[in-house]
Design a protein around this ligand. Structure first.
Ligand SMILES: Nc1ncnc2c1ncn2[C@@H]1O[C@H](COP(=O)(O)OP(=O)(O)OP(=O)(O)O)[C@@H](O)[C@H]1O
Ligand SMILES: [Mg+2]
Length: 457
């Protein structure tokens, strides 16, 4: 939308609108001069103008309808092509390539059909308006001949009117086409407004927190889809402690960690950091307090060095390398031809899942913020790497507020507090030992993982 619609609007407003305005002004001036010479001949020349413009204006609604459909077909095709390229690997492994491409073929046909209909619609109205304009020359000839026979005008004036009438309509024909294009930008403008109308999170730049305890107080939340994801979540993640969020997949762990950093605003309850309501703090200011390692790592098509430096823009090369060492990036960076200066491809596609995750952890080490959110931060690592990084993490998290999400109970067992999230609510919380003795869900999860160790394929 941003790229396509902007280009369409730029074309319309910097090329069509000035041309339209220019031809309207020149036509008005010529028409005034014609009236000054002879009002009857002038009337014979310009009576077609209001009719031609009225046709174009009345056709606007129909053109807009066609254009909306055509833009929708374009969007469906563009999304389809992008999805196809991104998921080619999965399409191939599931033998779904052929049927997907068939669907894409249908979308291409649909775009073609929609474009033809839209162009035909526009052409029909523009052609009928320009045809009407041509009538102007005929009426000038007819009225002129009649006035000439009656001796009310002379031959030079008659020829002058004929010449001017034939020239008068040329810029207008272009203007009518431009008018149609300007009218059809309404669809693009509406789509751009959809983006601009999105609510923007605002807040103060002044942080007033005392310490970094994170408190969830009866928090309720639903994504845009409307379905309630968190019903009533209350817990405290204390500074200097590791709080682990565990629970079944889809239970809302990632959602809780993202809400803690105000990625979305909650619908009920309150989240505070050191007593400060985070919904009143400007998101960028708030995020300076957080180091986050996401479940799905995002990397940039740049060098390892620059990908880590995203954590703190003004970090020196030495600081970046120190963070990289802590996250055990040295091991794979050394094997690459340019070491830390090697390019890693779009979203780090030239690296393995574990290597990508280590870069993301190095970023968090570099940022070194007082609050750390780790969402399955070590899930893609082998046991040796995980142990090394856990040791580095435990040095990093001293005196900090740490919220860890993990499925492996081994990762969680060292936490100071465990919060079990199930079905959008806190099912139970306490120290791992307390929960092992008195809990219902936690001992069950630990037991299942112990059993699963003996599984084989
Ligand atoms: N961006 C989103 N828009 C709409 N619904 C979402 C979005 N992200 C997650 N959900 C829904 O919210 C629920 C909780 O998701 P969440 O990612 O928090 O679970 P989770 O506990 O982290 O699961 P997992 O252990 O699999 O990572 C799920 O039912 C999911 O479908
Ligand atoms: Mg998750």
């Amino acid at each position: 939308m941003i790229m396509g619609d902007c280009a369409t609007l730029e074309q319309a407003f910097s090329h069509y609108v000035p041309a339209l305005a220019g031809s309207l002004i020149s036509t008005t001036l010529i028409a005034v001069c014609l009236f000054a010479y002879d009002w009857r001949m002038a009337l014979a020349a310009v009576w077609v103008l209001p009719i031609a413009f009225t046709i174009t204006f009345f056709s606007a609604r129909i053109q807009e309808y066609f254009n909306r459909k055509s833009v929708a077909a374009n969007v469906a095709l563009e999304s389809g092509v992008q999805e196809c390229i991104e998921s080619l690997q999965d399409l191939k492994t599931n033998n779904a390539e052929e049927s997907y491409l068939k669907g894409l073929g249908k979308k291409i046909d649909d775009v073609e059909k929609r474009h033809i209909i839209t162009e035909l619609g526009t052409a029909l109205f523009v052609v009928s308006s320009t045809l009407i304009l041509k009538f102007g020359i005929a009426t000038v000839a007819l009225v002129g001949s009649a006035l000439l026979i009656r001796g009310e005008i002379d031959i030079p004036l008659f020829f002058m009117f004929l010449l001017v009438a034939s020239r008068l309509y040329a810029p207008l024909e272009g203007a009518l086409q431009n008018l149609a294009a300007v009218i059809s930008t309404k669809t693009n403008i509406n789509r751009m407004n959809e983006i601009l109308d999105q609510p923007i999170q605002t807040g103060t730049d002044r942080v007033t927190n005392k310490g970094y305890d994170i408190v969830f107080d009866h928090v309720g939340f639903a994504y845009n889809t409307g379905e309630t994801v968190l019903k009533d979540v209350s817990f405290t993640a204390k500074q200097g402690e590791v709080t682990a969020l565990v629970g079944p997949s889809g239970g809302g762990k990632t959602t809780v960690s993202r809400l803690a950093a105000r990625f979305w605003d909650i619908s009920r309850g309150k989240i505070t950091v050191g007593g400060m309501d985070i919904s009143k703090i400007e998101p960028e200011t708030l995020l300076s307090l957080y180091s986050i390692v996401f479940q799905d790592v995002t990397l940039f098509n740049n060098t390892i060095m620059e990908n880590i430096r995203i954590g703190r823009k003004d970090a020196t090369d030495e600081e970046v390398i120190a963070a990289a060492r802590l996250a055990n990036c040295e091991e794979f960076a050394a094997k690459l031809p340019d070491g830390y200066h090697s390019m890693i491809g779009e979203n780090g596609c030239e690296l393995s899942g574990g290597e990508r995750q280590r870069i993301s952890i190095a970023r968090a080490f570099l940022k070194n913020s007082p609050i750390i959110l780790l969402d399955e931060a070590t899930a893609s690592l082998d046991v040796e790497n995980e142990t090394l990084i856990q040791a580095a993490l435990s040095r990093l998290i001293k005196d900090k507020t740490v919220l860890v999400i993990a499925h492996r109970m081994r990762t969680v067992s060292g936490a100071d507090k465990v919060v079990v999230l199930s079905d959008g609510s806190v099912a139970e919380q306490g120290t791992p030992e307390e929960l092992m003795n008195t809990g219902r869900f936690y001992p069950h999860m630990v037991k299942l993982q112990i059993i699963s160790r003996d599984w084989g394929i």
